[in-house]
Write a protein of this length. Structure first.
Lengths: 291, 319, 243
């Protein structure tokens, strides 16, 4: 195989840009699964929902999709708190998280996807923005703006989350609740309220991730399913609950997928992330950086 | 009722249903009936690992598809009679179930569930890229319109119906037998509290592996006749989401703690879906399944069987 | 007399946190050992390592002359090691008699050959009578009071016919008379020949029950001897009894 160096470099760069985006997609699950121990496999469904909302408003009013997502943050946050409340009352309180909780989120994922099919149909949807199309060029390496802008936005989002979790009281309380609920109660903070806020934030990130997704690629309702494996693979690989670890793992996965796609064809790409997830679970469930 | 007697009752009921349908002569009933029997098998199989042991398998479609594609493989390689294909599918899916279990069952239930999802996608990708069985282009299965069984000539769909009836009965019998033996007892302890089960001397890993193997094998058997049923098999249809959702929704709605739950769930939900697909649309039908799943999980976690049991208990203590 | 249980140089870390640091412990057959220490000192971690719920990184555990390293928890139970959990973990979908049936079917069966169904039933009832729960044999665990749950937890551990029983904080939150109940039960079990390790915070109970006392602080053993001597040990007083 004639591996052109340029081709390889372009694949790696594309992979890194993609990885940045993957980090944004995974951020929410990092919080809900990594810190709160809630297996929200419906998260990709909410991301797709975010994509469609960005699409609708972009097409109707011409507003930039990322701006749309920022405007819809409060709505998604509220949705997240509502879902957590239902989850808590139905499952966590009764101590039956495992089977019921999983089935609950699976049902949500399913319902979200089917509702989107009913409303929008199965055609691919795109958004219009000034940076979809042009690319930056550095020597022989291309930086397509439609990948670069989401990547930068994702890194900003990630940075903000990291600051929030390490510098603010609520953020640190969220970290604490993931490790020791009792200690948190002694600090006179209500663990349930903290978890609700955290889950709300987790779903809010889906709004932004959704806008980024539809900038990078056309979206149709079942696209979410491909991301389930990616998201959990990154989460597990990066070590649950570690935001920096998640970022590194996301980049790694992005590069691997990109290289596979470039040299072996895109139909093998889903197998990369899911296969990696399986291998990680089988041999190193604590992840590359985990405890 | 002993297992042999129960099996005979099931076979009898099955034959009665078949003869009734045969006399009515409406082909569609057999097509619809096949689907419902298939779901009875899938739901019962899923419940052995999911309901009894408490380990959720999101990748039921993968085992189903394994059965279907092993049939396609032999169709292209050297066509075999379907009963034999069913047995082969059981072996293939059972081994994959065992392998997957060995890799992932040491982990917590949540990780196991995610791993099953991952496995389903990996398998789907492998099949899509395997051109011998058609890959993404799909595979055509040609079959005759009628078939001779012991001197009688019947429609092919009736033959498939009878085969699936056998698989469904097998699933129910195995499901019920497990529940009444020590194995089922051990499964229940795993579901209730795996740590305490280990401390009490229950070999939890071994039991979980048994559950995954049996569950996988039965799902594969349910998938084996599918290519002949549908005529043209694509990965998207074999690995379709409706198999994953239904094999979870039917036991949960019916009730996961007994063998009756999946049966009731499959019959009710299966019939509902047939009606909805024909009268409204297949997308709405799936929406209904999803909503029912979420609703039942939140409101009635023990399913319909659980609701009935609660009603009986309150009535008994009320007297 | 060789010890029934020999824990040698057990160490266990969780990431950067050292939960156990070179623990050495011996328990003689028939002994009543008390294990005390402040919250977070590593008592439960030690129990989990001995029983196989956790894997220790260093050191080994010998029980009844055999090394337990690498054995799964259920295999250790088969060898005669049983434990009750700090927070009771009953099998919620089984009634009380069936809860006791589990260790009988999976441990006693395995060890001494299949038991007849009737004899299992008889043993379950006898054990329930021992803990005063035979009138609730057909009840479900959710119908039990706190102290009844603790008793069920102990009964289930005993149903495995162990040589060594580790009772992990069976008395927390109980009233004075309830504590007396559990102590009497444990004494009775010890008289039947079961070696017992009692992990407790309630000092009066530990002092009256134990023939020997071991103190754990921050993952290290700081005292090991007769109860009346241990409580006078200045290090113990400083670290633990000062509370």
């Amino acid at each position: 195989m004639d591996i052109s160096f340029d081709l390889l470099m372009n694949a790696i760069v594309a992979g890194l840009l993609l990885g940045g985006f993957y980090a944004a997609v995974t951020a929410g699950v990092s919080i809900s699964f990594g810190m709160l121990d809630i297996v929200n496999i419906a998260h990709p469904g909410f991301i797709i929902l975010g994509s469609y909302i960005a699409y609708i408003i972009n097409i109707s009013f011409g507003i930039d999709p990322i701006v749309v997502s920022i405007l819809t943050l409060p709505a998604f946050y509220l949705l997240g708190t509502f879902i957590y409340q239902v989850y808590y009352l139905s499952f966590e309180k009764r101590g039956q998280e495992s089977l019921r909780g999983l089935a609950f989120f699976f049902g949500l994922l399913f319902v979200t996807e089917v509702m989107l099919i009913l409303v929008f149909g199965v055609d691919y949807r795109y958004v219009e923005a000034s940076y979809i199309g042009p690319s930056l060029h550095l020597g022989n390496i291309d930086f397509p703006l439609r990948m670069l802008v989401p990547c930068i936005t994702a890194l900003v989002l990630f940075g903000l989350l990291h600051l929030f979790v390490t510098r603010t009281f609520t953020g640190r309380a969220i970290m604490a609740v993931s490790q020791d609920q009792l200690a948190l109660q002694l600090m006179a903070a209500d663990p349930i309220r903290i978890k609700r806020i955290a889950f709300g934030i987790s779903i809010a990130t889906a709004a932004i991730a959704g806008a980024l997704l539809i900038i990078i690629q056309p979206v149709e309702p079942s696209v979410g399913r491909e991301y389930i494996g990616r998201v959990f693979a990154i989460c597990v690989l990066g070590g649950l609950g570690s935001l920096p670890g998640t970022l590194v793992a996301a980049m790694l996965l992005g590069v691997m997928e990109s290289i596979t796609s470039t040299f072996y064809g895109p139909s093998w790409a889903p197998a990369v992330s899911f296969g990696f997830l399986l291998l990680t679970l089988a041999f190193r469930p604590a992840g590359l950086f985990g405890r | 009722m002993s297992t042999t007697r129960f099996t005979l009752v099931c076979v009898l009921v099955g034959l009665v249903v078949y003869i009734f349908g045969h006399l009515l002569g409406i082909g569609y009933l057999f097509f619809a009936g096949y689907t419902i029997l298939q779901f009875i098998a899938l739901a019962s199989a899923w419940n052995i690992l999911g309901g009894y042991c408490g380990y959720v398998n999101f990748g039921s479609a993968a085992f189903f598809a394994l059965g279907a594609y092993s049939t396609v493989f032999f169709y292209k390689f050297n066509p075999l009679p379907i009963p034999l294909l069913i047995i082969i599918a059981a072996v293939v899916s059972g081994i994959v179930g065992l392998g997957m279990g060995y890799l992932t069952l040491r982990l917590r239930g949540a990780f196991f569930a995610i791993a099953t999802l991952a496995m389903a996608v990996v398998l789907q990708t492998l099949v899509v890229n395997w051109s011998y069985v058609g890959g993404s282009r799909g595979a055509y299965i040609v079959r005759t319109d009628t078939i001779d069984i012991g001197g009688y000539t019947i429609e092919y769909i009736e033959y498939l119906f009878l085969l699936m009836m056998a698989v469904a009965i097998l699933s129910i019998v195995i499901s019920r037998t497990i529940a009444r033996t020590q194995l089922g007892f051990g499964f229940a302890t795993i579901r209730d509290d795996e740590l305490a089960a280990e401390a009490s001397g229950v070999p939890t890993l071994r039991l979980k592996l048994i559950a995954t193997t049996i569950s996988g094998a039965l799902m594969g058997m349910a998938g084996a006749p599918f290519p002949y049923y549908i005529g043209y098999l694509q990965p998207a249809s074999a690995f379709g989401l409706e198999y994953g959702v239904n094999s979870i929704a039917m036991p949960i709605i019916g009730g996961t703690t007994s063998w009756v739950g999946p049966l009731i769930g499959a019959i009710l939900l299966g019939s509902l879906q047939q009606i909805a697909t024909v009268t409204i649309s297949s997308a709405v039908n799936l929406l209904i399944v999803g909503l029912l799943l979420v609703g039942f999980v939140v409101i009635a976690p023990n399913g319909l069987v659980g609701l009935v049991q609660d009603r009986l208990r309150t009535r008994r203590s009320g007297k | 007399m060789s010890p029934l249980l020999h824990v040698s140089n057990i160490s266990k870390r969780f990431g950067g946190f050292v939960a156990l640091d070179g623990i050495e412990l011996e328990v003689q057959p028939g002994e009543r050992l008390g294990l005390i220490g402040p919250n977070g000192s590593g008592k439960s971690t030690l129990v989990n390592c001995i029983c196989g719920a956790l894997q220790n990184e260093q050191g080994s555990v010998h029980f009844d002359g055999h090394a337990l390293d690498g054995l799964a928890a259920h295999q250790r139970t088969h060898r005669g090691l049983a434990r009750s959990f700090q927070l009771p973990r009953p099998f919620v979908s089984l009634n009380l008699a069936d809860n006791l049936r589990v260790p009988m079917l999976y441990t006693v069966h395995k060890r001494s050959g299949p038991l007849h169904g009737d004899s299992i039933d008889a043993r379950c009832v006898e054990l329930l009578r021992l803990v005063g729960l035979d009138h609730k044999a057909r009840h479900m665990p959710r119908d039990l009071t706190q102290v009844e749950m603790r008793k069920l937890e102990l009964a289930r551990a005993v149903a495995a016919e162990p040589k060594l029983l580790i009772a992990d904080e069976s008395m927390a939150g109980l009233s004075h008379s309830e504590i007396e109940d559990i102590l009497a039960l444990l004494m009775q079990l010890n008289e039947r020949g079961i070696t017992i390790i009692l992990i407790e915070h309630i000092m009066s109970a530990v002092m009256s029950f134990s023939q020997r006392l071991v103190v754990l602080v921050s993952g290290k053993k700081i005292a090991d001897g007769k109860p009346e001597n241990v409580v006078k040990n200045p290090e113990v007083v400083r670290a633990y009894l000062g509370q």
